[in-house]
Each structure stands twice: as structure tokens, then as C-alpha cells.
Design a protein around this ligand. Structure first.
Ligand code: COA
Length: 337
């Protein structure tokens, strides 16, 4: 058996096809659709200022059977690199994952980085049974679970719209002096600085466990770069913010990003409230208002997934009140290499 690993040339359409086929055929979990082909291709063909991606393919006797995707943060966290390893189900336990890992470690070291990070999904006690292989693989490679998240899912069909409306009425009654602001897709230029400030706080404000991840350097251009990349890949996004009426500044923000294709699945992404403006139900208000905005535009949407660290009790309470329920756990691995 001849096992080789080589870097994917982003200009090689055959290698990109092979990489995408493996990505789609070896998902982390069966109930989240694979990111769209345009999104995947753009990772390698249109490098961004804030992040750079590389892919490597593993071949068994010349047949592509495994994929490693490496992510290099470029503006901060210059010691870190992200790694995903995926091997086709029929070719597992033959050392393909190990070979991709070894290749990626060499690449990451060559870039002067000292830590790698990855994720694996595992079974939540009493929850859906997940394949134990990814967690066993990460442990076998010597990685340490530095932060555990639970994934929660909202089933739109069971959402209690009357209860959501009541939550909003109650929330707004405690939020005098704030105004709602919504947009779809690209953030208007006049609000990008406010979003950059809030986005840059995420690492300080959200629980990070033992993950070594420094605060991100986010500016208006970075906010716009992410928006443009998402739009270019055909991915829609719905944003709701709250402005402080006196200053006009955005002090709370959340967004939901549906898959470009298929249209039944979306991610509940960042939700953040400026610390100076907490205690006014703004977190709940932006989340529920944004859910309503999304549902008005996405009639085919059936489920929304979101991830929270176990210790993020305030955000979990809001999510549970909206109707999100736990599905599985996700380890965030980190390893000094
Ligand atoms: C995780 C994954 C990449 C492993 O690929 P693989 O080619 O089977 O891995 P390897 O054969 O190189 O296994 C390396 C070691 O990992 C451990 N391991 C892998 N699968 C395992 C399993 N099902 N049970 C127990 N240990 C396992 C073993 O220690 C193994 O060494 P051994 O075979 O000598 O005992 C593969 O299962 C996969 O693609 N899963 C879906 C994608 C995913 O969730 N990736 C996240 C990776 S963190």
C-alpha cells in the first residue's frame, strides 16, 4: 500500500474537486450540511488579509482518500494554526489520518507556528450517539481538550412564537433608550467600527477555557472582508443590532448565517453586548428579533445550530428560553508542536 500526502495547488481544479469530495463525504457529523463548493474553493483561491488556508490530500495507491485543511490566522494569534483532518469512511484505521496530521505539523512548524488547534464532536450523556473515532484520534495525536462546547439546536417547527413575542415585549420594557437596527448581508460602512469593537471583545468576554487564543485585532476593514467573502460565496447573513439612542453607537449585535445550499440549515453566530450596556435584556432582544428577521426571509429554514461553552450560563439561559436544545459536545483541541 503506497500512502502519500501532497499539498493542493489552488489553481488545480482536479485536486480541488478531490478535496471537496472528501470534505463532503467525511463530515464531522451527519446532521450539518457541508459548506458550499464556492465557499470551500474561495478559502484557497481568494486569500484574505486576516486568514490564510492550505489543503493537503492523502492518496492510497494514487486514489485520494483523506484531506487536511490548515488555517493560519494572519493578524493575531501568529503562534496558532487550525487543523481539520477528514478520511473517507472506507479507508479509516489505516494510518491515513496520522499521515495527514504529520504532514500538517511539518507545514505548521515551517510557518513558524508553535500550536495547533482542532475540533471533534462527541456524545453528550443521554444525547445522540456520535462516532468516538475523532476524539480518540485527537487524543492519540497527543492533543489536549482545552475547551468543551455543547451544540444546541433550535427546531423551527417547534418554536413557540407566542412565547418569543412575550419575551420581546418584556425585554423592550427594560430597554428604554435603545433602538433596533437590522441589515442583511454587508454591514453598512458607518457601523463597521462599532462592530469591530464588539467583535474584538469576544475573546475577552466569552469563556475560553484553557485555549491559548489572544484577543483578535478586528477593525472595520476586517469586518468588511468577512462580509465580502461570505457574499462572494453566495452565503446570506441576517444581522440585528441595538443602538444606544444617546450616542448612536451599536452596543449589542448578533447574526444568523444560513447555508448557501441546502437552505434548511443555519448557524446562530456571534452574540455580544457591550459590558457597559448589560442588564437591559439586549442579548435576548437582538437574538429574538434576529430570529424573526431570518424567518421572514428564509421560509425553508428548519434548524439553527449554536455552540456555547458549558460555563457560558447567561447565553445558554437565553438560548434555552428561545427553544435551543443540546445535541452533542464539541472538544476544542490544542497542542504545542
Ligand atoms: C478522525 C479521523 C480523521 C481518523 O482518520 P484515520 O485515518 O482512521 O486515522 P488513523 O488510522 O491514522 O488513526 C490514528 C490513531 O487514531 C486513533 N483512532 C482513530 N480512529 C479510532 C477509533 N475508531 N477508535 C479508537 N481509536 C481510533 C488510534 O489510536 C489510531 O491509531 P491505531 O490505528 O494505530 O490504533 C476519521 O475518523 C474521520 O475522518 N472522521 C470524521 C472527520 C472528523 O471528525 N475529524 C476530526 C478530527 S480531530
Amino acid at each position: 500500500m503506497d500512502l502519500t500526502v501532497s499539498l493542493v495547488d489552488p489553481a488545480d481544479p482536479v485536486a480541488l474537486d478531490q478535496a471537496f469530495e472528501i470534505k463532503a463525504a467525511a463530515p464531522f457529523v451527519p446532521d450539518i450540511p457541508t459548506a458550499s463548493r464556492p465557499w470551500f474553493e474561495a478559502l484557497f483561491r481568494h486569500q484574505r488579509r486576516s486568514v490564510r488556508h492550505e489543503a493537503a490530500l492523502a492518496y492510497l495507491d494514487g486514489v485520494p482518500v483523506g484531506l487536511a485543511t490548515i488555517e493560519y490566522p494572519m493578524l493575531d494569534n501568529l503562534d496558532n494554526a487550525g487543523l481539520e483532518v477528514q478520511v473517507l469512511p472506507d479507508h479509516r484505521r489505516r494510518g491515513v489520518g496520522r499521515a495527514l496530521y504529520a504532514y500538517a505539523v511539518d507545514r505548521i512548524r515551517a510557518e513558524g507556528r508553535t500550536r495547533l488547534m482542532g475540533q471533534s464532536c462527541d456524545t453528550l450523556p443521554g444525547g445522540v450517539v456520535r462516532d468516538p473515532a475523532p476524539t480518540a484520534f485527537a487524543l492519540a495525536m497527543g492533543a489536549k481538550s482545552a475547551l468543551v462546547d455543547a451544540r444546541r439546536r433550535l427546531d423551527i417547527g417547534t418554536a413557540d412564537h407566542a412565547a418569543l413575542d412575550e419575551m420581546l415585549t418584556d425585554g423592550w420594557s427594560r430597554a428604554a433608550g435603545y433602538e433596533l437596527l437590522t441589515w442583511i448581508g454587508v454591514c453598512p460602512v458607518e457601523h463597521r467600527d462599532d462592530l469591530a469593537y464588539l467583535d474584538g471583545r469576544m475573546v475577552t468576554d466569552a469563556p475560553m477555557g484553557d485555549l491559548e487564543w489572544e484577543p483578535e485585532k478586528v477593525d472595520a476593514d476586517r469586518i468588511h472582508e468577512v462580509d465580502v467573502a461570505r457574499e462572494a460565496a453566495g452565503t446570506r447573513s441576517y444581522h440585528t443590532a441595538v443602538q444606544d439612542t444617546d450616542s448612536g453607537r451599536i452596543v449589542a449585535w448578533t447574526n444568523i448565517t444560513p447555508h448557501a445550499e441546502p437552505d434548511w440549515h443555519a448557524y446562530q453566530q456571534i452574540t455580544i453586548v457591550d459590558p457597559d450596556h448589560r442588564g437591559h435584556r439586549l442579548g435576548l432582544i437582538v437574538k429574538v428579533e434576529n430570529l424573526k428577521l431570518t424567518l421572514r426571509h428564509e421560509p425553508a429554514l428548519r434548524v439553527i445550530d449554536t455552540w456555547n461553552a458549558d460555563s457560558n450560563s447567561h447565553m445558554i439561559a437565553i438560548n434555552e428560553a428561545i427553544g435551543f436544545r443540546p445535541v452533542d459536545i464539541w472538544h476544542n483541541w490544542q497542542q504545542t508542536i
